[in-house]
Design a protein around this ligand. Structure first.
Ligand SMILES: [Mn+2]
Length: 357
């Protein structure tokens, strides 16, 4: 069943949903655009978009009719609501602005806006979580592009004296040249003491011999994201650096060893955390172990101490423990895995043994 039909099923009688978030619209229609409204009721789905997109939308959208968004959207929406005897309106609570909600209230006086219902958000989160083989294929291609970029950067670009920012740009350039339509997020490349900031911003600090260097990056293919992190050593690492690296690697492997459908999400986190705590670095691992990846870089499910729920076939999640010693160094190792019927497939193929350059 199409995601659009699945979403329509959760709507009450005489209710409609207005889907306006770009990611949600793309997920439900397959069509990327910066503007548009998907009107959805049990009986009817219509995609409304403006003149900039109308020709492409008509050519590409096969799941529902497409109408040009008129200069008088209020009248157009009133007509759609009237046709379906719509009396209740549901929105994406997490993604609709107050201004949008105010407009709908004004435009549709006879329709009750259910401002407190999270039904649409909840359903979309659930539908987006389980990836189809075609979606996994796009994620896999994105991951291949990211890994090819890393290999090229390590072979040709990385050198002592270059700045973190230059290293990040090298990864970006290689990914885009390699076929990425976009970057999954702003690439992280942090060296030495900056490595202790899990989401540090690459700056003018030059790479030096003796640094651990953490690179966290990803590519986008057909809207689908990839995510990976590797930490490498410039020159022979010191005793503490090596110990931190081996601890994080052991933690990452421990989490992977238990990943399978049915595993409570918080247990994946606990498996990695136990190794790091045992090594004495527990207080220096202060983020979750992983997250879902898809049309957005962070989506359901989360793998953290507080996560509810369990892993299920079709989930694509990262496994990315780290240890961060303020003022000294940081290590994170991140793979992205597909939960299968009987275990998992690691979509990340890059080596994880400490690479000393
Ligand atoms: Mn990640």
């Amino acid at each position: 069943m199409l995601p659009l039909e699945e979403l329509a099923k959760i709507l009450p009688r005489h209710a409609a949903a207005l889907i306006t978030d770009p990611v949600s619209r793309r997920f439900l229609t397959g069509f990327p655009s910066s503007d548009g409204i998907l009107f959805l009721s049990r009986e009817e789905a219509v995609f409304l978009t403006d003149s900039r997109y109308i020709e492409a939308a008509r050519a590409q959208i096969t799941v529902c009719p497409v109408e040009e968004l008129s200069a008088a959207p209020a009248e157009q929406l009133r007509k759609l609501c009237g046709r379906g005897h719509v009396r209740r309106l549901l929105l994406e609570n997490k993604r609709t602005t107050l201004a949008q909600a105010a407009s709908y209230r004004k435009w549709l006086p006879g329709v009750c806006l259910e401002a407190n219902s999270s039904a649409v958000d909840t359903a979309l989160t659930r539908l987006r979580r389980s990836k189809t083989p075609a979606q996994v294929d796009s994620i896999r291609r994105a991951q291949r592009i990211a890994e090819a970029a890393l290999a090229a950067v390590l072979a040709e670009d990385l050198h002592v004296g270059m700045t973190e920012r230059a290293l990040a740009l090298a990864l970006d350039y290689r990914m885009l040249r390699g076929g990425a339509e976009a970057l999954s997020f702003e690439t992280i490349a942090v060296a030495g003491e900056n490595g202790s900031m899990p989401h540090g911003v690459p700056g003018e600090r030059a790479l030096r011999t003796g640094d651990l260097v953490t690179m966290d990056f990803g590519a986008v293919v057909e809207g689908w994201h990839s995510d990976m992190t590797r930490t490498i050593a410039l020159g022979e690492p010191g005793e503490e650096q090596r110990r931190v690296y081996e601890t994080v690697l052991a933690a990452q492997l421990a989490a992977l060893a238990c990943v399978r459908p049915g595993l409570p999400c918080k247990e994946a986190d606990a498996a990695a955390r136990a190794v790091i705590t045992e090594a004495g670095y527990g207080e220096h691992f202060r983020h979750g172990t992983g997250h879902g990846v898809g049309l957005e870089i962070h989506e359901a499910p989360n793998l953290s101490l507080k996560s509810g729920g369990a892993l299920a076939p079709g989930d694509v999640v990262t496994v990315e423990p780290g240890v961060y010693l303020p003022g000294r160094c940081g290590v994170r190792i991140e793979d992205m895995v597909l939960i299968a019927e009987d275990g998992y497939e690691n979509l990340t193929k890059a080596a994880k043994e400490l690479l000393v350059v």
